[in-house]
Design a protein around this ligand. Structure first.
Ligand code: ADP
Ligand code: ASP
Ligand code: MG
Length: 438
């Protein structure tokens, strides 16, 4: 079985939903289809939550009313029979009344999670109704029945495998299984999600749990490009990536994939194919075990990075110094992205500055601390095994006009990372494209 995931733009209008329906039914094979919310909807749901946090129910109601009007407008366009028009209309009215119910009570992150989950619940219901109306044997699986995270907020893969197995066994003989991306339950059974962009992660977790023969991520571009097409001129689609290369690119900012989406597929050895809904015949990108030797494949950038340097006051990297430093980050649940050490100190970068003040206060016990905010990581990805000659020089040379705060190389065979000012990002990415991919 294959798992196909369609992102927000791919289901962004009734017309797009119809195209998705014809794409997924074309092969006639049983398929699991993971859907995002229609594009813009999750943002609107976050906006509603923000109004409610600020105790502004009027603001929230206005967004709910606009969204409801928009969705009810889709009904006439998507369905042709009165039966399905009425069925979907009634479902949508229930949904929007449910959203309105949150404008009356106390608002916490628990309610926020329930609100942002509705985007995927709505889109999947609309598509499954359309498939059924047009005669496809389609069923809606409820992600909340089997997608679950553990106490650390990580996917509970064993639970997912077992519960999904049961759900599939109880629903034999369907051609299309539609399931909501993004949403899950946490270890306490509460509605939660896999973070923004998390539908990709749902698809790869389901693919690994089955296990599927292939996981396809359908989006609005013809595969992974060699640089960020939103920022750089003249980027090209890459036909093939190794799992490790794709994981580095996703983690270091290539928005086409959720940062952790490659991991489950990589561990299960399931190929991931990136495809373009607007141009289904285009090749796209295949992500698998093959590593093309001696090639730099792509560049990505990760934003909102803070660099922290601690210069040891006494003893110069004495035994235990790094342990103490790392423990401080660990106690505030703050992962370190990049690290560079010298005899007298250590520089690190983080992308979650929630506990920056506390971390810096504690680090100060061990030395002089300097913080640089508004930074970004530029990540050059490919076969960067140390035995390959010249690649570091090539990448560094492309950045010769740009101040570089930190360089990290050798941590993996697949990347070299540079920490620079966010204001230099565009220039750095363009220079790298011009040098590496011309
Ligand atoms: P979806 O809503 O389908 O999940 P996303 O917006 O999350 O789609 O991801 C697709 C977008 O990722 C593309 O439209 C493109 O602008 C952006 N993107 C950023 N970096 C890359 C890259 N290296 N290759 C391809 N697309 C990229
Ligand atoms: N709808 C969610 C979001 O916008 C999840 C996703 O699309 O992947 O972040
Ligand atoms: Mg996405």
């Amino acid at each position: 079985m294959k798992v196909l995931k369609f992102g927000g733009t791919s289901v962004g209008s009734p017309e797009r939903m119809k195209s998705v329906a014809s794409l997924i039914t074309e092969s006639g094979e049983p398929t699991i289809v993971v859907l995002s919310a229609m594009s813009g909807t999750t943002n609107s749901l976050v906006e509603i939550s923000n109004y409610l946090y600020k105790k502004n129910p009027e603001g929230a109601n206005e967004v709910i009313n606009n969204l409801e009007r928009k969705y009810l407008g889709h009904v006439a366009e998507l369905y042709s029979t009165d039966e399905y028009k009425e069925k979907t209309r009634a479902f949508l009215l229930d949904e929007f009344n449910y959203l309105r119910s949150f404008t009356k009570d106390l608002f916490t992150s628990f309610e926020e999670k329930a609100i942002v989950a509705q985007g995927e619940i709505i889109s999947t219901n609309m598509v499954v109704n359309y498939l059924q109306e047009t005669g496809t044997k389609a069923v809606l699986l409820n992600a909340l029945d089997f997608m679950r995270t553990d106490k650390n907020g990580e996917p509970d893969t064993q639970y997912i495998r077992e519960k999904l197995g049961e759900v599939m066994k109880n629903n034999p003989d369907y051609q299309i299984y539609i399931v909501q991306g993004f949403i899950c339950r946490n270890a306490y059974g509460e509605v939660d999600n896999l973070q923004r962009g998390g539908s990709d992660y749902t698809a790869s977790l389901i693919g690994a749990a089955l296990p599927a023969e292939e996981i396809q991520i359908w989006t609005d571009i013809d595969g992974m490009h060699n640089n960020d097409p939103r920022i750089v001129d003249h980027t090209d689609a890459i036909r093939q990536l190794n799992f490790e290369e794709a994981a580095e690119l996703a983690y270091f900012g290539a928005k086409i994939l959720h940062p952790t989406c490659v991991q489950p597929a990589k561990y299960a050895g399931i190929p991931v194919r990136l495809k373009n809904t607007m141009d289904p015949r285009a090749d796209g990108t295949i992500i698998d075990n093959v590593l093309v030797r001696g090639k730099i494949k792509a560049v990505a950038a990760k934003d909102n990075i803070v660099a922290i340097k601690i210069k040891s006051s006494r003893m110069l990297l004495a035994t235990g110094f790094l342990r103490k430093v790392f423990e401080i980050f660990e106690s505030y649940q703050t992962p370190i992205d990049m690290i560079a050490t010298s005899e007298v100190g250590v520089s690190m970068s983080i992308d979650n500055a929630t506990h920056l003040t506390e971390i810096v206060d504690e680090l100060k016990k061990y030395g002089t601390v300097t913080v640089d905010s508004d930074m970004c990581i530029i990540c050059v990805v490919g076969d960067l095994d140390w035995s390959n000659l010249g690649f570091e020089t090539w990448a560094t040379d492309a950045l010769k006009d740009i101040p570089v705060r930190m360089i990290s190389y050798g941590g993996s065979n697949y990347n070299i990372s540079f920490l620079i000012k966010a204001s230099d990002k565009k220039r750095a990415l363009q220079n790298l494209s011009d040098t590496l991919f011309k």
